[in-house]
Ligand binder design. Structure first.
Ligand SMILES: Nc1nc2c(c(=O)[nH]1)N[C@H]1C(S)=C(S)[C@@H](COP(=O)(O)O)O[C@H]1N2
Ligand SMILES: [Mo]
Length: 450
């Protein structure tokens, strides 16, 4: 492991990846040591970043001004307590943002912003970086006026105020939410440049709410007869989605008001949203205003038009509820640049709509050989899992991949395996293995490998 003592350095994805000349220049300057590129550069391994920093900084004998000159913050009086009340990230982290993809048409109301997965640690997505998907824009709804109706096949239809919901027994659980369209561009091999755009319609939070089962029991439901619910949102899209009763009966589906210890953000459905663990994002109805109980799936516009899969035989696959097992390496990933040969901690995220992630394998030779990655505990059901694997880059081209297996034994497919079943005309539900090509120059590019 001698060579692993030489730490590698990564320059993080540029603010604007279209600025090709900008990144080239930044990398050239970083290589000549003229730029402070190390701070936060190694997106997912603070320990290694610190080691890299130590290795790159001049020895004390060389007179490093960062040690010898007492900085302002060690001499003067610091800022008073933050009286504006709500804390914000450091100004040095201004580059870590949700972004809209230049590969997608943006209208004002129907839009999507992607989470910066390449800049995040662990498994929780900070609420201000949670991806957004709005079919008709977002609203900041007055909770005192918000109502949830439960109707359909129930003994007595009921209407709940927020106060009535929030006084009921609640649970808090960590779950991922992934839009069914995540990684959709890759079906057509569009190869958007960074993992923010390939996989950033994915986020993970601790959600707090009341099991929907509790509300249905209060309204009087017959679980033997009624096997489906319909969730409906209060925004202009009147988003409606069928959810199978199995998930409701098990207590998994929540009527949630909490996200990461505080109320939901307006963009994420304040004051109330459906949390349907493992199910594609569209079923997590935001601004939830109605739950209808029934004995068959509904055929609303959203069920028939959006998130259906065109199969090879020309038929549409509908009611695709679960997000299958999937993973992505977030460092090194597209848009980043490896500045040196040497040690890198490959790290990324894995998840499964069917339960827990059991194992993640990593390849650095385009899938010819695989070895097991470490999984960070705790690994929770229908939640993101963080994996990592040691790697010493020898400076030659490499193709980095990850392949997840869940507790049901399902293995994440290659593009060849996925297309054999699903054809080539889909937009949704792409869970194929992602490949990142590390070029000899150290630049990391999005490529597709069988
Ligand atoms: N009411 C309502 N609910 C909605 C949507 C919407 O536009 N309106 N978008 C859905 C889609 S397609 C997804 S992927 C998720 C996105 O949730 P987020 O914006 O909190 O990330 O919300 C779902 N719930
Ligand atoms: Mo979605």
């Amino acid at each position: 492991m001698q060579s692993s003592l030489t730490p590698g350095r990564v320059r993080k994805a540029p603010e604007n990846f279209l600025d090709g000349e900008g990144i080239q220049q930044a990398v050239a300057e970083a290589r000549q040591g003229r730029r402070d590129f190390l701070r936060g550069a190694f997106a997912a391994a603070a320990g290694v970043a610190a080691a890299a920093g130590a290795a790159a900084a001049p020895a004390p004998a060389d007179g490093d001004p960062n040690i010898l000159q007492l900085p302002e913050h060690s001499r003067g009086l610091g800022q008073p307590v933050a009286t504006d009340g709500y804390g914000k990230p450091s100004k040095y982290e201004a580059n870590v943002q949700r972004r809209t993809s230049p590969g997608l048409t943006q209208t004002r109301q129907a839009s999507v912003s992607f989470a910066p997965l390449q800049s995040l640690f662990g498994i929780v997505t900070p609420s201000g970086l949670h991806f957004e998907r709005h079919h008709q824009g977002w609203w900041d709804i007055d909770p005192s006026k918000h109502r949830l109706m439960v109707n359909g096949q129930v003994k007595a239809a009921k209407v709940f105020t927020m106060d009535e919901i929030m006084r009921l027994p609640s649970v808090s659980r960590f779950h991922f939410i992934e839009c069914g369209a995540n990684t959709g561009m890759e079906w057509g091999n569009v190869a958007v440049p960074t993992c923010q755009y390939t996989h950033g319609m994915l986020s993970c939070s601790e959600f707090t709410g009341v099991p929907l089962r509790t509300l249905l029991e209060m309204a009087g439901v017959d679980f033997r007869k009624s096997r489906f619910v319909l969730g409906e949102g209060a925004d202009g899209s009147s988003m409606t989605r069928t959810v199978p009763m199995d998930l409701v009966e098990s207590g998994e589906v929540l009527v949630a008001y909490g996200q990461n210890g505080e109320m939901l953000r307006p963009e994420n459905g304040y004051p109330l949203r459906l949390v349907a663990p493992g199910v594609q994002g569209v079923s997590w109805v935001k601004y939830l205003r109605r739950i209808e109980v029934g004995d068959q799936p509904w055929n609303t516009k959203d069920e028939t038009v959006h998130y259906v899969d065109l199969m090879p035989d020309g038929t549409h696959r509908q009611y695709t509820s679960l997000q299958e097992c999937k993973s992505v390496v977030t460092t090194p990933s597209g848009g980043q640049v490896l500045l040196d040969k040497g040690f890198y901690s490959i790290t990324g995220l894995a998840w499964s709509g069917r339960g827990k992630v059991k194992a993640v394998d990593v390849s650095v030779d385009g899938g010819r050989s695989w070895r097991p990655a470490r999984l960070q505990e705790p690994v929770m059901s229908k939640c993101l899992a963080r994996f990592s694997a040691d790697w010493v880059w020898d400076g030659k081209p490499a193709i980095i991949q990850s392949r997840a297996t869940d507790e049901t034994g399902y293995v994440q497919p290659s593009y060849r395996q996925l297309r054999a079943v699903r054809g080539t005309r889909s937009i949704y539900h792409n869970n194929a293995i992602q490949s990142w090509l590390v070029e000899e120059s150290g630049e990391v590019k999005n490529v597709q490998v069988g």
